[in-house]
Each structure stands twice: as C-alpha cells, then as structure tokens.
Ligand binder design. Structure first.
Ligand code: ATP
Length: 284
C-alpha cells in the first residue's frame, strides 16, 4: 500500500526559468545537485568533491521552496518522489517503519532520484521529550537509519531534499544529515518585479505596464502572495464584463476582455495582502 507521489523528470512541467528571482539559490542547487547528478564521473575522484546526500531549503511560507524542488528534478534530469508526513504515517502501528524501508529501496531502483520531504519538521521534528509519541520517535529513527544505510553507489544518485518554514523545530540529528542549508527568503522589490514578469508573461497587459510600480507597491509579499494578487487582479476585467452583460443583456457584439491595468492590481491589494508575518533570516 506504499504509493509515494513519483514523477519522472520529463513530466514535472516546471523548470528554473519558470521561477522568478532566486538566482543565487538556483545557481547553488545547480552546483550542488544538478551537476553531480548529471556528471557523476566528475565527482568520483579524490575526497574533495563529494556529492552531497542532503539539502535543506528553509524560509518563510510561499517563497517557492516546493517549486524549486520540482524544477531542480527537471534540471538535474532525475525522478522526483514527493513525501509528506501523512504519506509515511498511517494508523497501523509499525507500518511507518516498513514504509520508510520501502521508500529507500524503491529510491535505489529509481536512481537518479530526488526524495523531497515537504514540511520536514512534521515528519522529522525535534525530540519531544517524555511526551513524544512512541511512533513519531520510531519513524524518525527508522528514516535516519535508512538514510545512513544508503549504499555508496546509491548515495551519489539519491538526494534527500527537505523543506521547512520552521527550521528551529528540527532535530539536531536531522540537521546534521542536511549539511547544505539554503535560505529561501522573501523577495525585495527588484526580485518581486522578476517574479511578476514570470507570473504575468502570458497575460494581456496595458501598454507600458509599470512592473516597477507594482513591485514597489507589494512590499512584504511572497511569490505565492504575488500569484494570488495576480489572480485577483485578473478577475476584475471579467467582473466588469459581466456587469455590462447584466445591464445590456448578453449579445454577440459584446466587447472582449480588456487588458489588465496597474490599477487592477492596486485594487486587488485590499483582497490579497502580504501573508508572512515573520522572516527567519538566519540559522546556524
Ligand atoms: P510552503 O512553505 O507554504 O509550502 P513554498 O515555499 O513551498 O511554500 P511554493 O509552494 O513553491 O512555496 O509556492 C507557492 C506558489 O507560489 C507556487 O506554486 C507559485 O505559483 C508561486 N511562487 C512562489 N514563488 C515563486 C517564484 N519565485 N516565481 C514564480 N512563482 C512563485
């Protein structure tokens, strides 16, 4: 009954170019993951260039961590297994351990593969002291044992990529196994502009649409907030057209949808605000 979400590289449908901004993060992931996965022979000599077994993406919600993980599998040409805490835990006591073992043996057959664990804090969170549920502790230990037990040949072609909004909740032993930690932060105005250009690349916009003004007006917005804002703005011409139809009745001579204006976005701000209340900028 173990059915992880498995996606082959050509079916993921997201690549780095579909992600606005985050250039440094993309560059680091390319060096750390894509290159060793695509050219393992360049990393097999000596001791210095060892492929890395675990990478952690951390930072506020909605900043594109999941999107980056998927796009990375496309860039690296690997299969992608998406694991959430609920896909490993089941109401049947003991199953989680079997599932964890199955996961790694499955991954070994599918390599090269990225095992992505979203919200890793809920699967591999800090030890909860005396009150911690026995099953939680067992899953974490089992997961770490299977991870450590990866054969050398597999460890070059299986990467555990984890993401969290709550890096401080992670168990030290888990943090140690994710030696490369990459902060994915909220975008500044210039990066918001880059994200908006990607999000609006297929839309009909008024001539000389002022991206820079919109970027400045969206201080504090994450990539996900920007996307929701764009959706809300895109509704406005639709609503207007429906309003006209209501007054005049529907006919074949109805005007077509007008292009989106900057003002649509400014008005939509009252519906979609910045959702992130904190910005965890550093982690040891
Ligand atoms: P969470 O921590 O809440 O899971 P996350 O960091 O994984 O969030 P995503 O799920 O990747 O964020 O982002 C949500 C959506 O926001 C994406 O599917 C995408 O539509 C949009 N988005 C976020 N960041 C970007 C970006 N840099 N460029 C383009 N779209 C983005």
């Amino acid at each position: 009954n173990f059915v992880p979400a498995l996606i082959p590289p050509d079916e993921i449908g997201v690549k780095f170019d579909d992600i606005g901004a985050l250039e440094d993060v993309k560059r680091t992931l390319n060096e750390l993951v894509s290159l060793p996965m695509r050219r393992p022979e360049l990393f097999s000599r000596g001791n210095l260039l060892r492929p890395c077994k675990g990478v952690l993406l951390f930072g506020p919600p909605g900043t594109g961590k999941t999107l980056l993980a998927k796009a990375l599998a496309t860039e690296a040409g690997t299969n992608f297994i998406n694991i959430t805490s609920s896909s490993l835990t089941s109401k049947w006591f003991g199953d989680a351990e079997k599932l964890t073992k199955a996961l790694f043996s499955f991954a070994s057959r599918l390599a090269p593969v990225i095992i992505f664990i979203d919200e890793v804090d809920s699967l591999l969170g800090a030890r909860g002291g005396a009150f911690e549920h026995e099953a939680t502790r067992r899953i974490r230990n089992e997961f770490m044992a299977a991870w450590d037990g990866m054969k050398t040949k597999d460890s070059q072609r299986i990467l555990v990529l984890a993401a969290t909004n709550r890096p401080f909740d992670l168990d030290d032993a888990v943090i140690r196994r994710l030696p490369r930690r990459i902060y994915v932060g909220l975008p500044d105005a210039e990066n918001r502009m880059k994200i908006l250009r990607v999000l609006l690349s297929q839309e009909k916009l008024e001539p000389d649409f002022r991206f820079n003004e919109l970027a400045i007006a969206t201080e504090g917005y994450s990539g996900s907030d920007l996307k929701n804002l764009c959706i809300a703005a895109a509704y406005r011409p639709v609503e207007e057209l429906l309003e006209v139809e209501k007054e005049r009745g529907r006919s074949d001579t109805m005007p077509s949808l007008r292009p989106l204006k900057l003002d649509d976005f400014i008005q939509a701000k009252s519906k979609v605000g910045a959702s992130v209340a904190y910005d965890a900028t550093s982690m040891n």
